[in-house]
Design a protein around this ligand. Structure first.
Ligand code: PLP
Length: 495
């Protein structure tokens, strides 16, 4: 029987995975969740000898049940190919006594590539499967990394257009350059005067604008989302947790069936939720440590059971985690609330109207797989320096948030299970913050000079993604206000 996807906000009938991927967000504003959790069909010892693609197939076939074997395998083949600069796709590295799962070997050197290199294939397959004749318009809000990864994935993909909104001044120089130099003919990139939450909430509002939807439909367009609210992004991410476990076994770091922890630098809660799905399908995972930066709304939530976004928004050196509304948390809230759409809807309404909600004691008990910790800017900086000095390994700022949070977790709870740090970006993407952390002061050097220095220091070759933007022409320079986003969309579609 097919796994169907239901909204977190109403008890309407479920739809197939391919339909859920096409829609992105449910009509009632809720997120799609699987109506039951499947079980991993391979044992840990079998995982040991599976490569990334085989692992991805084993995981994705469990959730995306209306895709045929041939369809899924074809999507996987086309996604995880030479676009990645490491044959393992997601290499596991042991550095000192730490394990890093490096998810930044794709086209745009951040972990978003893991899902966004396959989403366009899943989506175009879904268009075919459902005999849709609509042109899919991908609308995306980005805190920096999703934007370029989505642009790269959808660039010149037929039957699709993509519009990306990013917060002006809220992303790193390299991130911005990657986006505004995008060449795809079906792409549009717009800077918004506001922060990521402004971009994200406005994109959601545009999605739910009934009048606009009708107008779009009459012109042959339909919206979808490349944000991690799309189930087509979440499910492919489950694969690398399973893959990491196989690598840990293969290298002899753990015994068959031994529980391991993962620490995940978290913003929108998509990555870590995929880790939770991996645990639910039967992967031996102990704790999932949710690492936050100074925007520690999730840390406070795990501490108190109160989610409260009413606070100052802080721009940090890990901009992809500068988020106060973690969209994917809704999927977890729905689950721990007993898959009760009415209960979830009430909490989300409270979040929308009052900026906060509080969960009950019985719901809190179901959060035992998680631990929340956070790292200050000073700690992040110190961590980067220490790792380089001690082990000669350079991490980006987001990964450093996790390294420090994991240390705090281990020291305060004395958990000695092995831990894998989910490493989400290449240090080259956040070159200035990384370099200044190691040097202990602001260098005043240009980003590209710093990149050359980092290459000398780390002995890790500068990835093609950086070479590509060095001298690229700026092709997108539009800026708008939050209120102007809808008009920008309409204009770009000729409505
Ligand atoms: C997006 C991103 C994160 C946060 O991931 P979520 O799935 O949104 O929690 C962390 N680090 C980097 C580098 C990212 O690009």
């Amino acid at each position: 029987m097919d796994i169907l996807y239901k909204s977190t906000r109403s008890d309407t009938e479920g739809i197939t995975a391919s339909k859920a991927i096409l829609k992105g967000l449910a009509d009632d504003g809720g997120l799609f969740v699987p109506d039951r959790i499947p079980e991993l069909k391979v044992s840990p010892s079998e995982l040991k000898d599976m490569d990334y693609k085989a692992t991805a197939y084993e995981v994705m076939r469990l959730f995306l049940t209306d895709y045929s074997e041939e369809e899924l395998k074809s999507c996987i083949e086309r996604a995880y190919d030479e676009k990645f600069d490491d044959k393992d796709i997601a290499p596991l590295k042991k550095v000192g006594d730490r394990y890093f799962l490096e998810l930044f070997h794709g086209k745009t050197i951040a972990f978003k590539d893991m899902a966004l290199s396959i989403l366009p294939h899943l989506l175009t397959t879904a268009i075919r499967k459902n005999n849709s004749d609509k042109e899919v318009v991908i609308l995306t809000a980005t805190s920096g990394d999703t934007g370029k990864a989505a642009l790269a994935g959808f660039s010149d993909v037929e039957h699709t257009r993509i519009i990306v909104f990013y917060p002006k001044g809220g992303v790193s120089r390299i991130q911005e350059l990657q986006m505004v130099t995008e060449k795809g003919r079906n792409t549009k990139v717009v800077a918004v005067r506001g922060n990521f939450d402004d971009c994200q909430s406005q994109v959601k509002a545009i999605f739910n604008d009934e009048e606009l939807k009708k107008e779009m439909a009459s012109k042959g367009f339909a919206f979808s989302s490349a944000n991690s609210i799309n189930i087509g992004r979440l499910i492919p991410q489950v694969a690398y947790y399973v893959y990491a476990y196989g690598r840990m076994l293969k290298e002899g770091y753990i015994k068959d069936g031994e529980e391991i922890n993962f620490t995940v630098p978290t913003g929108n809660f998509g990555n870590i939720l995929a880790g939770y799905y991996a645990k639910l399908i039967g992967l031996p995972i102990g704790k999932l440590v949710c690492a936050s930066n100074d925007n520690k709304v999730l840390y406070d939530f795990f501490e108190t059971g109160i989610y409260d976004k009413n606070r100052e928004f802080i721009l940090t050196s890990s901009p992809s985690m500068d988020i106060l509304i973690s969209s994917n948390l809704e999927r977890l809230i729905y689950m721990i609330g007993g898959s009760d759409a009415v209960r979830n809807e009430a909490l989300m309404k409270s979040l929308k109207e009052k900026g906060r909600y509080e969960i009950t004691g019985d719901m809190r008990e179901k959060l035992e797989s998680f631990a929340g910790f956070y790292s200050t800017e000073e700690e992040v900086s110190k961590t980067i320096k220490e790792l380089y000095t001690k082990d000669g390994y350079i991490t980006d700022t987001h990964t450093a948030v996790a390294v420090n949070a994991e240390r705090k977790y281990r020291e305060s709870l004395g958990d000695c299970r092995k831990n894998v740090i989910v490493s989400t970006a290449s240090p080259y993407k956040f070159a200035k913050s990384v370099y200044d952390s190691i040097k202990g002061q602001s260098s005043g050097m240009d980003d590209f000079e710093i990149i050359d220095k980092l290459e000398e220091m780390s002995k890790v070759k500068i990835p093609p993604a950086i070479h590509e933007i060095r001298n690229a022409k700026i092709l997108h320079d539009e800026v708008c206000d939050r209120e102007g986003m809808k008009d920008t969309v309409k204009k770009s579609l000729g409505l």
